[in-house]
Design a protein around this ligand. Structure first.
Ligand SMILES: Cc1ncc(COP(=O)(O)O)c(C=O)c1O
Length: 411
């Protein structure tokens, strides 16, 4: 559990929280878009550049070997963080979007045929829709969508109807970036495995906020981004279950990924190196490992508990504001992450966002890269306040009292 003292200490690791925005103390409630960075991550990157930097996997000189071992140690750390079977299952990418594109273009292109089906849900982020649309148009496979209930939960009752012998891939967000819904991916994994298909999980919103154990979840692929979990931008992961690694023809080819090249042919290295052609984001990997270390020190169970508590607190207080505020997503915090999405009657989400900004409160507004979900809910946009391990009750109180002022003005 994160005590008040722990929280104060944690907040001191994020100096940006001391910043004044428009004369007010910053209240950062936009971590679902990108998290803040602790000093430890910034220092790890700085130290690496200033005293250990070199390209990796290429040189026999001291620094190259040092940088290579730092890079590979980071892979091991990240593999342990998600309980992968081995570090070889961890492929470094540029982020979730890149991971999902890589998956669609490699596995999708390889296995999908006309008449096959890809199952998504109506609440996916565009990054988990568009790559499949492209692959569907190339292969002739059809995309189907699982609907949500009025409360914003997956309509599990319809799984039997949506998953059949033609379903080859289910690709689904573990946590919705709009509704905060936590999806029972294990239940879906069991179902898709019964018909011989695979499940890819978009962990962009879940990996930063709750304990993740890929083996317990019984999933096949997991995509996530460093920048949403205290790490730097431009680094992400595609985790691939070991027995599927050989089914993925690497999608990006070039230097660093090959064993031998002749004028007519080439022989690839073994995974994961075969997937990491070109000079990767080495410092990004070092930064992500430092972020993982930071999260592990706090404990992912504690991160989740803290966010569950704050989310429940925020939802109860929003409820007290009456019917001028509509909150979306599940009411039960055991199936909801720290994403609180709402609208104020009579005000466009962007206006609410600007008003909150004038109080120093950073939230995200609009459609959050989830147009189909907004169409499904028949709304033009929403305001999203998202929390992380550095947020405190006082910030929720400030958000609520500010919303109270705003709603009083439009009443
Ligand atoms: C659920 C979900 N999937 C995918 C993404 C894309 O992540 P990135 O922009 O880091 O590639 C996001 C980012 O907001 C997300 O919330």
């Amino acid at each position: 559990m994160m005590s008040c003292t722990n929280l104060e200490e944690t907040r001191r690791d994020f100096p940006i929280l001391e910043r004044k925005i428009r004369g007010k103390r910053l209240v950062y409630l936009d971590s679902a878009a990108s998290s803040l960075k602790p000093i430890q991550v910034v220092e790890a990157i700085r130290d690496f550049y200033l005293s250990e930097y070199s390209n990796i996997h290429r040189g026999i000189h001291y620094l190259s070997q040092l940088a290579t071992s730092r890079y590979e140690e980071a892979r091991e750390k990240i593999a342990r963080f998600i309980n992968a079977n081995s570090p070889e299952e961890v492929i470094f990418t540029y982020g979730t979007t890149d991971s999902l594109n890589m998956l669609a273009y490699s596995y999708g292109l390889k296995v999908l045929k006309p008449g096959d089906e890809i199952l998504l849900t109506v609440m996916e982020h565009h990054s988990n829709i568009l790559p499949w649309m492209r692959i569907s148009s190339i292969t002739g496979a059809k995309i189907r969508y699982l609907d949500i209930t009025d409360e914003g939960l997956i309509d599990y009752e319809r799984l039997d109807e949506k998953i059949n012998d033609k379903t080859k891939i289910v690709s689904i967000a573990h946590m919705s970036n709009v509704l905060g819904t936590i999806v029972d991916v294990r239940r879906i994994a069991k179902k898709i495995h019964e018909v011989g298909g695979v499940i890819a999980v978009d962990g962009a919103q879940s990996v930063p906020h709750m304990p993740i154990n890929v083996r317990e979840l019984e999933i096949d692929f997991l995509a996530f981004s460093g920048h949403k979990m205290l790490g730097p931008t431009g680094i992400g992961v595609l985790w691939v279950k070991h027995d599927l690694l050989d089914d993925l023809p690497p999608f990006r080819l070039g230097g660093g990924a090959i064993r031998e090249v002749t004028l007519n042919d080439f022989m690839l290295l073994d995974p994961p190196h075969s997937f990491e052609a070109g000079t990767p984001n080495i410092a990004g990997v070092i930064g992500l490992a430092a972020a993982v270390e930071y999260l592990q020190k706090i404990g992912m169970g504690n991160v989740r508990m803290h966010e569950e508590e704050l989310t429940g607190y925020a939802l109860r207080n929003l409820d007290n504001l009456g019917d001028s505020i509509t909150v979306y997503g599940p009411k039960n915090v055991s199936v909801r992450g720290g994403i609180i999405t709402f609208n104020i009657r009579g005000l466009e989400s962007n206006i609410v966002g600007s008003l909150l900004d004038s109080y120093g409160i950073a939230v995200r507004t609009g459609k959050h890269c989830a147009h189909p979900l907004h169409q499904r809910l028949k709304i033009d946009g929403t305001v999203r306040a998202s929390i992380y391990l550095y947020n405190v009750r006082e910030e929720i109180d400030y958000l609520i009292s500010t919303l109270e002022e705003i709603t009083a003005e439009v009443r």
